[in-house]
Each structure stands twice: as C-alpha cells, then as structure tokens.
Design a protein around this ligand. Structure first.
Ligand SMILES: Nc1nc(=O)c2c([nH]1)NC[C@@H]1CN(c3ccc(C(=O)N[C@@H](CCC(=O)O)C(=O)O)cc3)CN21
Ligand SMILES: CC(C)C(=O)C(=O)O
Ligand SMILES: [Mg+2]
Length: 295
C-alpha cells in the first residue's frame, strides 16, 4: 500500500459533498432540459444557481446559450416589456404568449411561468385552470405564484395535479396597492410570519421559493431551515439561488432600479448610441453604402 497524501488523509468534508462538476446546473455537461428534480439535487450538493427573467425568444436564447439553467417569465414583463406601471394589469393571455416565446427560444433551461394577478386568487380551481394554460399552451415546466400561507391550497392542488410550483414570499409585488414596495420580515413578528410562510409553501409541495426584499440574516435562516431551494432577490448572499430582472442587470431598464440590482452592462447606452449612429448615417447619406446595396 502506498502512502496517503495529506489531501487523501482528510476525507471528512470533501467525501460528503459530491464534487462531480459535470452534474452542475451551471457549467455542467448535460444538454437536456433541466427539471425541478435537478434543482433538488443541487440543494443536496450545496450548489448555488442563477436565474434570470426573460420575456421573448431572442433574449431567452442568449441566456440559454450562456448556460443560465432556470428562466422566469416574470410578470415584471408588465413594467419591463409591456409598458405598464406595475405588474398588476398583466393578463394570463399576455403571460401565455410571452411564456410560449421563451420556451421556443430555449432548449436547456427550465422555464417557469409567473401566474399574473387575478389568475389564482379566487381559489385552487382557478389556479389550476390558469396554470394548465401555461403548461399546455406555452409549454412551461413550472409555474410561480405569490403568497405563503394564503396560497397554500392553490399550491397543493397544482402539485397534486402534476404542475411544479415555485412560491414567492416576502415582498409580493402583485400586492403593491396594499403593501407598497417595502422590505418584509423586519422585526420579530414579521420574521416569524416569513418563516411560517416559508414552511407553509414547502409543506404544500412547492419545489422552490423566491424570497424578495428580506433581511439577509432572515433569508439565511429560512434557507437553512428548508429542504427546498430558496431563490433570493434583495435577500442577501446566503440563499440557494439568485434571480434578477434581466433588463435591470443589463442596464436596459429606464429610470430607477431597486438597490439590490447589480448592473453587468449598459445596454440602454449601447442601444441609444447605435440608434443615433444609424440616424446620423441616414441623414448624412453615409448609409447605405455600395456594400449594402443590390443591383
Ligand atoms: N425592473 C424591475 N425590477 C424588479 O426587480 C422588479 C420589477 N421591475 N417589477 C416587479 C418586482 C417589483 N420589485 C421591486 C420594486 C421596487 C422595489 C423598491 O423600490 N425597493 C427599494 C427599497 C424599499 C425599501 O427599502 O423599503 C429600493 O431602493 O431598492 C423593490 C423591488 C421587484 N420586481
Ligand atoms: C422578481 C421576480 C422574482 C418576479 O416575480 C418577476 O420578475 O416577475
Ligand atoms: Mg413576478
């Protein structure tokens, strides 16, 4: 028997965690479509993953080719794609059309379709009817809805019916008229409510839960106490996954963006400059040139 190296003598941590990077959600080898079971396995491995919103086929194809494993067709399409002030006016018809486009533009990412305001609040049966449209007409692999304890019956029926559900607690923007856009879970009572909401959606069968605008320490506690993955947005670094609105992280959103956003590019500047360059060319007669012409 040959002597063990120092690294081989230390099995404890490394041996427990799978380090098979070929299975990784981001950067792994598999090209088949990601499923909710893959996300459960990632939590077991302690692996973090990224999620971005997408509202159209072309943008979604860029993120799919970049290896983003999960995309959310968010009802943030309301203010980021369709020109509404908030997410409140978005309809199920609109979400179905946008979700279908994102599914068509992707081959690997798990596509989650957001149920818009008014499409599930009436009760479990309405929720099932709405979610069924996103699954059958758009082809999404899962749906998302807002609310913890208040939405647990909806989640139960969808999951029983074979539709994976991502829950969403903390700041729930569809309730903006009631709660505004404010940090949730500050103070003992609110923290306990958030923990109860998290347990309620896990017990109802949700495969993951979004934590929006929640103190980082509380999001960390929720993440440790659940066996399903948590997806943070403005919830600190310790959630299992992170989501951002794509137009925010690429610097395309006009006006103010939430302070939890990191801007990875300035597409608004890039696109504006390109539009101006085109306009100057046309006005000045420098476009089209001979190379852009047919004879
Ligand atoms: N472009 C965009 N980005 C988002 O992240 C987003 C949307 N739209 N629309 C749907 C919801 C609404 N979200 C919001 C909207 C506003 C704040 C906001 O005003 N936040 C304040 C902090 C408020 C506080 O401290 O209480 C901020 O400055 O970040 C946060 C999240 C997140 N979602
Ligand atoms: C911010 C995310 C979680 C969302 O619900 C959306 O984009 O609609
Ligand atoms: Mg949403």
């Amino acid at each position: 028997m040959t002597q063990l190296s120092a690294a081989q003598k230390q099995p404890a941590e490394g041996a427990l965690k799978t380090t098979d990077s070929s299975k990784a959600l981001y950067g792994g080898k598999s090209t088949r479509r990601i499923t909710v079971r893959d996300l459960a396995a990632a939590k077991e491995r302690g692996e973090k993953w990224p999620m971005l919103t997408a509202y159209d086929a072309m943008t979604a194809s860029v993120f799919d080719e970049a290896g983003i494993p999960v995309m959310l067709v968010g009802d943030s399409a309301g203010n980021c794609h369709l020109g509404y002030e908030t997410t409140v006016p978005v309809t199920l018809d609109e979400m179905t059309m946008l979700s279908a486009a994102v599914v068509r533009g992707t081959s690997r990412a798990l596509i989650v379709g957001d149920l818009p305001f008014g499409s599930y609040q009436e009760g479990p049966v309405q929720a099932l009817r709405s979610a069924t449209r996103l699954v059958k007409e758009a082809g999404v692999g899962a749906v998302k809805l807002e609310g913890g304890e208040r939405s647990h019956r909806q989640i139960e029926l969808l999951v029983e019916s074979g539709i994976p559900v991502m829950a969403h607690i903390g700041l729930t923007p569809q309730s903006v008229n009631a709660m505004g856009y404010r940090v949730q879970g500050r103070g003992d009572e609110a923290a306990h409510k958030l923990l109860r909401d998290a347990k309620a959606v896990q017990d109802a069968g949700a495969f993951a839960v979004v934590l929006e605008l929640v103190p980082a320490e509380l999001a960390a506690e929720v993440t440790r106490s659940l066996h399903i993955p948590t997806v943070g947005i403005g919830a600190g670094p310790e959630t299992d996954a992170q989501v951002l609105v794509w137009t925010d992280m690429l610097g395309l959103t006009g006006g103010k963006v939430p302070k939890f956003v990191k801007k990875y590019a300035d597409l608004r500047q890039v696109m504006g400059d390109a539009a101006k360059a085109f306009a100057e060319d046309v006005v000045g007669g420098t476009f089209p040139l001979e190379e852009h012409s047919v004879h």
